[in-house]
Design a protein around this ligand. Structure first.
Ligand code: AGP
Length: 610
């Protein structure tokens, strides 16, 4: 999604704007630009593609000025060209925008009738002309901005600067996040606290409908009916340290290898070091203990974490669970039980569909819990109870360490609940807690043992046009996640399926051109069923990559073409450990293909539009 930054500085702001945009790159983008006020006049520099292109242009033609705005664009309306890159401007105003103006066509038509001349295909340019129109009607900048904002429909956050107004920055939030940063003699606006962390840790998150007038003396926040309002100013825990790739070629590979450490950090935040038992916040367990049902909602990879957790909560805590993807759930008006709990899983904490589903559940009287990785995110701030994954910033668009720490957190929650409600006895609980405690070391072992063999397998698979992933039970969501990882970074069409569904359709796809990945540990209770699926696949000329353990590989070795064989893994934690090979497989296939692994085409890290 787009990233926004605005600065009222003490010195030329162009370099600071670009540095801020670099910390917003992870959101996904296809063009970028900045605008500053130089001698009171708006000047812009924009470029298609990566930020390096913008830096090259600025190197040739630097922008001066201590007031400015910047933007990384993830195209919604209009192709990713330089002309469509933000900021969009007239002589009087420049604007950067994240989101969608749903009524832009009607407004554009109205403005064209007023002789406004549009230069782009974007919805955003409408904002610049609408504000300018009101200013030509005699309104002052803030009035004109408010009048324009009153006309906009949709989800958006934006920042505006005005010709001749070097001490003014106007911001607004309606659906997508925007934060105010408080510096020493400087003030800032940005999409998140991560972008501002090198400049300031004193942050205020705007709420939906908020508008803000920023000067170097501070910020005045108003609701959309112009009522002044106070919002919390907090010291963010975000680190200002640059998040680099270190010795790794891609952020994704770095984050795959961070998993032993961050799974350990997440576990240690829930494990009592003295007793080795799992302890979760009492309010979370109390809410779940009374709940007749748990509803779990998320998108993408985070939804697959909900799929795994459904098995855990139902099998060991005996709690009925309903799951759904947020984009469907938020519109289907699901009846929800009195005293129910709704749990939302999100790495970014800003996914709009997930956030709107949360708001539906809140309106329906559910206790709202969330598992988030990004501190101070909107989903966190709108939840009653929050559990943090301690994965650290995840920069690669493809979710890896966020997923396995989500699973770790949900496993701890399900286990702690089952102990509290007496659904498992002490010995069973101790066995599962022990299995969890071994996960960080086992994760390191799996990555160490299998990275090289997976690279070899990837070199045999990277030219595939289609791939299938099959799994059963707790490994079915892992099959879904493996397929998603592959398709989103290698662009190979891949489908994940419950292995039992194979004969209900997908078996028609199988031939020697469609590699099939079967995730089936030998000591999994459903292994024999999955073994039959391997036989059925091979009988039709399919070539199978089996991801299993010694038992499973030994039993199927005469039928499979490739295998990745893990050590013994307790069934409770299989989803966490069996995710690692499918992460590595997707990564090395994509690297062999030469795609942009960290910022795959068309994708964004945080989907803050519908
Ligand atoms: C997963 O690799 C993708 N990046 C995507 O499916 C992601 O999981 C989804 O957009 C949800 O994002 P969130 O966890 O930040 O809400």
């Amino acid at each position: 999604m787009c990233g926004i930054i605005g600065i009222l500085g003490e010195k030329d702001v162009a370099p600071l704007l670009v540095e801020g945009l670099k910390r917003l790159e992870y959101r996904g983008y296809d063009s970028a630009g900045i605008a500053t006020l130089s001698n009171g006049h708006i000047q812009r520099c924009r470029a298609k593609g990566k930020l390096a292109n913008l830096e090259d242009k600025l190197g040739a033609q630097p922008l001066s000025g201590t007031t400015g705005i910047g933007h990384t664009r993830w195209a919604t309306h209009g192709a990713p060209t330089e002309d469509n890159a933000h900021p969009h401007a007239t002589e009087k105003v420049a604007v950067v925008h994240n989101g969608i103006i749903e009524n832009y066509a009607q407004l554009k038509d109205e403005l064209e009738k007023l002789q406004c001349r549009f230069e782009t295909d974007t919805d955003t340019e409408v904002i610049a002309h609408l504000v300018t129109h009101y200013m030509t009607q005699g309104m002052k900048p803030q009035e004109a901005a408010n009048a324009a904002l009153d006309r906009l429909e949709g989800a958006f956050s934006l920042a505006l600067i005005f010709a001749g107004e070097h001490d003014l920055l106007i911001g607004a939030r309606q659906g997508t996040p925007l934060a105010v940063g408080y510096g020493e003699g400087e003030m800032y606006l940005a999409s998140d606290s991560y972008a501002l962390a090198p400049l300031t840790r004193k942050i205020c998150f705007l709420e939906d409908g908020d508008r803000v007038k920023v000067t170097r003396d501070g910020a005045q926040i108003y609701t959309n009916d112009n009522t002044p309002v106070e919002r919390d100013i907090r010291i963010t825990a975000q680190s200002g340290a640059a998040t680099g790739k270190g010795a790794y070629k891609h952020f994704m590979l770095k984050e795959i290898h961070e998993q032993p450490a961050v799974i350990g950090d997440t576990l240690n935040s829930f494990i009592n070091p003295a007793t080795g038992t799992i302890h979760m916040p009492d309010d979370a367990l109390a809410a779940l203990e009374k709940a007749p049902r748990l509803t779990m909602i998320a998108c993408g990879t985070a939804f697959y974490a909900c799929m795994v957790a459904k098995y855990w909560f139902e099998q060991i805590a005996r709690l009925p669970v309903e799951i759904d993807v947020a984009s469907e759930f938020r519109y289907r008006e699901a009846p929800l039980p009195e005293g129910g709990v709704a749990l939302f899983v999100s790495q970014s904490g800003e996914t709009l569909d997930t956030l709107e589903a949360l708001r539906y559940c809140k309106r329906e009287g559910q206790t709202i819990m969330s598992v988030v990785n990004t501190i101070e995110s909107t989903i966190e701030r709108e939840s009653d109870i929050v559990l943090h994954t301690l994965a650290g910033p995840e920069i690669g668009v493809a979710s890896t360490k966020a997923f396995t720490t989500q699973l770790t957190t949900l496993a701890c929650l399900a286990l702690a609940l089952s102990v509290r409600t007496g659904k498992v006895d002490e010995q069973q609980a101790a066995e599962m807690a022990e299995a969890l405690r071994h996960v960080p070391a086992q994760t390191a072992a799996v990555l160490g043992d299998h990275e090289s063999p997976v690279q070899d397998i990837a070199r045999e698979l990277f030219e595939a046009k289609d791939m299938l992933y099959f799994g059963r039970g707790l490994l079915y969501p892992v099959a879904m996640e493996g397929a998603l990882k592959l398709k989103e970074i290698s662009y190979i069409h891949a489908e994940g399926y419950a292995a039992g569904e194979m004969k209900h359709g997908p078996i028609a796809l199988i031939d020697e051109h469609v590699p099939v990945v079967v995730i089936a540990p030998g000591n999994d209770p459903l292994f024999e069923k999955a073994a039959s699926n391997v036989q059925e696949t091979v009988a039709r000329g399919g070539e199978v990559l089996l991801i299993s353990d010694e038992v499973g590989t030994a039993q199927l070795k005469d039928h499979i073409k490739w295998h990745i064989t893990l050590g013994d893994v307790h069934p409770f934690v299989m989803p966490i450990l069996y995710t690692l090979p499918v992460q590595l497989l997707a990564y090395y296939i994509a690297v062999t293909k030469g795609t942009d692994v960290d910022q795959p085409r068309n994708l964004a890290k945080s989907v803050t539009v519908e």
